[in-house]
Design a binder for this molecule. Sequence first.
Ligand SMILES: CC(=O)SCCNC(=O)CCNC(=O)[C@H](O)C(C)(C)COP(=O)(O)OP(=O)(O)OC[C@H]1O[C@@H](n2cnc3c(N)ncnc32)[C@H](O)[C@@H]1OP(=O)(O)O
Length: 210
Amino acid sequence: MKILGIIGCGDLGKQIANYAINDNHYNDVVFFDDYSKETSVNGFLIRGTIESIDNSFANKEFDELIIAIGYKHLKTKKVLYEKFVNRIPFGKIIHSTCYLDPTAKIGHGCVIYPKSVLDANVIIKENTLINISCIIAHDTQVGAHCFLSPCIAMAGFVTIKEQCVIGINATIIDNITIGKEIQIGGGAVVINTISKKGVYVGNPAKFIRE
Ligand SMILES: CC(=O)SCCNC(=O)CCNC(=O)[C@H](O)C(C)(C)COP(=O)(O)OP(=O)(O)OC[C@H]1O[C@@H](n2cnc3c(N)ncnc32)[C@H](O)[C@@H]1OP(=O)(O)O
């Protein structure tokens, strides 16, 4: 009996719970949430707030943790990961419909949604979420605490640093580096390395604001 603890019982938490159970990664899910007034969500117990996580783990109420906090709050997602990583094991869900080359490495706390493809030597660092149908080509690295929206295409030897948000259907050509805390808009085409923090949109992707 393996139980997943999920931080955040919103839409993202519900999706991850669905994959956890219906794709056979865990036998049960419990939630921790600071805002919900409910006692359960979709039939899964809300055990308490984030403050109750340590006690709950000590009482063996769950085995592994995953953080379901969305792209607007990646800093919080990082802070929570760092708060718990040295005392509670983080889980990982790679949906069974994904293709992963055997050389690809996925960090703890990651969730890879259905039909994504991760080719040879891809590295996904800890606590990162990859949405449906992303294509990540060989030798590309995605940093910790990132959020990749659906249908992103990344060519080979791309490096994405930590806490980046990549919008739906963005394309990133090969040998590009995207620095930390950068947001790429939906449908953008990134053809140059980007290091200044901020939001970039269009084809070719250009800076629009901090
Ligand atoms: C499963 C899921 O749902 S996962 C989530 C998927 N969602 C996404 O991928 C969302 C991606 N988000 C975007 O593309 C957003 O438009 C952002 C974050 C890039 C920008 O949002 P905002 O800061 O609110 O920008 P705003 O809407 O004010 O637009 C600013 C300017 O940039 C332009 N712009 C905004 N987004 C884009 C875009 N994706 N491509 C091209 N131009 C864009 C606007 O037309 C506007 O131009 P103007 O000043 O000439 O009128």
